[in-house]
Ligand binder design. Sequence first.
Ligand SMILES: Nc1nc2c(ncn2[C@@H]2O[C@H](COP(=O)(O)OP(=O)(O)OP(=O)(O)O)[C@@H](O)[C@H]2O)c(=O)[nH]1
Ligand SMILES: [Mg+2]
Length: 301
Amino acid sequence: MSPWFDRLKAGLSKTRNGLTGSLSSILRGGGLTGADLEALEEVLIAADVGAKVAIELVKGLSGALRRGDDDPIALLKELILERLAGSERPLSLRSDGSPSVVLVAGVNGTGKTTTIAKIASLLRAADPDLPITFAAADTFRAAAIEQLSIWAERVGGDLIGHRPGADPAAVVFDAVDHVIKRGGVLFIDTAGRLQTKHNLMEELKKIERTVQKKLGRPSDERLLVLDATTGQNGIAQAERFHAAIDLTGLVLTKLDSTAKGGVVLAIREALGLPILFVGVGEAAEDLDAFSARQFVEALFD
Ligand SMILES: Nc1nc2c(ncn2[C@@H]2O[C@H](COP(=O)(O)OP(=O)(O)OP(=O)(O)O)[C@@H](O)[C@H]2O)c(=O)[nH]1
Ligand SMILES: [Mg+2]
């Protein structure tokens, strides 16, 4: 198995232990009784897949078992995989020579800045010559600019930043200007903001408008970084951010810190947005492209 799959598996251990521990005791008896199915539904809800998905999974499972299939775990894996069909997509970068712009947003502390660093590290590993620029559009704290500049140096990229307290849109204006000349990929790091704070959401819209004005087209990716430990609240966050900047995809972090990794299913069901990356730890290697199949294998391995 690949090193990433091992990390994913280790990261998902809390969710897996909750899920497979309970499943094996429910499924041990052979034929599933009504009480077993109810217990199964509870286990799925505890893993945060959401009530609707849990009910549908159990329904699908009991139907298949009635038709004579007899390996409930294999069936459950297939049912989950079906629900995640179409949920994965690689980062969309331009191949026409014009720069790619990736805007990263989310509430406070979800992992935006480290996610940018991790994605940039993946791109750097794939192409040592790719120009990478980081826009420090989190001007809220001096430490945020500092954090990004350390990453820029480590990954090998340019940092465009202003003073703390400066207008984030002005930083983005300069950063887009820079990549128009330099080419490559621009990551825009934004300040954490609660999805309910109107003025902060307006500020985010202004950042995207600035990209559009300067570049003559929208950013290529508008990613929301969601902390998996916040569970179903992530759905409310995503809805608001989506309304503000028309998200192109999600990054789900901190799957290692929760037994509720089933939230991937709830998010997929509620939003239908692709999941580009998942994070399972703090190290640079702890983030990689989301694969539904790997995710399901790691959950039940
Ligand atoms: N366990 C774990 N920790 C993570 C993961 N991703 C990020 N973190 C940690 O979460 C903390 C916050 O990460 P940041 O990248 O600074 O988060 P942010 O969203 O930029 O935060 P603000 O800019 O303050 O809103 C750091 O300690 C990260 O190392 C993950 O997948 N797993
Ligand atoms: Mg940050």
